[in-house]
Design a protein around this ligand. Structure first.
Ligand SMILES: [Mn+2]
Length: 315
């Protein structure tokens, strides 16, 4: 079944949010993982190829191509590849239901585990509360935030002239972090509810770049995480047990944040907020941001999240 005879055999593999086609994608690490693990069924849980970025300029280095080739080679060797579409590869949603070779393209699917549990596999963007219910509001908030960052200095100079107290950006940012934590919770709850609607025993999703495995109201919530920031995957063992694989080589590569905050003052990382903000900006917004705010990781730093790998200086 495999071309990797020394690879660890598991019953199924779930990976999402590779974002191939962006500079943030950790393609080399994905490749390492795919060499180390093999399974008869591999689920790609959305945002594998980032069509949004590719639209604004072709970027697809050899390492990204190697990941695609590796997956195709696994298919040739007998693995079933199930590609669940995400919002960044929504260009594929026109073709869902399509089956070619060992590859199936779906928007969602139910996976049956070795011990007979039914797991809904879905990327999860449809339940992204911010994007779904208040996109314009979120967008407004985001723009306001961008402008606030940009004008912070000037605002406070004006406020000094008007004898108003200093406006605290950090207090405002902390409020944002709180909202982000709620956001993750609401997202997880939403996905669990959706699993219940499907009469499934649980859900396996991605999208928010936040790997997790927990029980929500008697349902199993599993998030595969991502390969941009955290490098995580989920595997199902032969007994139906799920495990989050945090790719350990990530640590050994000597990667470190460009702007580490002091450990004592640093809140828990909220990578999903960065992803959410990125996802909510229109393309023109990204371009605006890229021009006016070349140090875009400022946002991540202030919020205590890991800076995006894409923003790190090439070494
Ligand atoms: Mn997504």
């Amino acid at each position: 079944m495999s071309d990797d005879s020394d690879a660890k055999q598991v019953r199924s593999i779930f990976i999402s949010d590779l974002h191939l086609g962006t500079r943030g994608a950790q393609a080399d690490l994905v490749l390492e993982f795919l060499r180390a693990y093999d399974a008869p069924t591999i689920y790609l849980v959305g945002d594998i190829i980032d069509g949004w970025r590719l639209k604004s300029g072709w970027y697809f280095p050899q390492s990204h191509n190697d990941v695609v080739q590796k997956l195709l080679r696994k298919v040739r060797k007998g693995s079933k590849l199930i590609y669940v579409t995400g919002n960044h590869d929504d260009f594929l949603r026109d073709y869902t239901g399509l089956q070619f070779g060992g590859i199936t393209l779906v928007d969602d699917i139910v996976h049956e585990t070795a011990d007979g549990k039914r797991m809904l596999v879905i990327h999860g963007d449809l339940f992204d509360l911010v994007v779904r219910n208040a996109k314009w509001l979120a967008l407004l908030g985001d723009w306001a935030y961008t402008i606030a960052l940009f004008l912070n200095h000037g605002i406070n100079r004006v406020r000094r002239v008007l004898r108003l107290p200093h406006w605290s950006l950090s207090a405002w940012a902390k409020h944002k972090v709180k909202n982000a934590v709620n956001y993750i919770g609401e997202f997880e709850q939403c996905l669990a509810d959706e699993a219940r609607r499907h009469k499934a025993d649980g859900v396996i999703c991605g999208h928010i770049h936040h790997a997790a495995q927990r029980d929500i109201d008697g349902l199993t919530y599993i998030n595969t995480g991502d390969w941009v920031e955290s490098c995580t995957a989920v595997v199902e063992h032969d007994d139906g047990r799920f495990e989050i694989v945090r790719w350990p080589q990530h640590r050994l590569k000597g990667e470190r944040p460009v702007l580490p905050a002091p450990a004592a003052t640093r809140p828990a990382p909220v990578p999903s907020l960065v992803e959410a903000a990125r996802g909510m900006l229109p393309k023109s917004g990204n371009q605006f941001w890229g021009k006016i705010m070349p140090r875009r990781f400022e946002l991540a730093r202030i919020l205590g999240a890991q800076p995006e790998p894409a923003e790190r200086k090439a070494r």
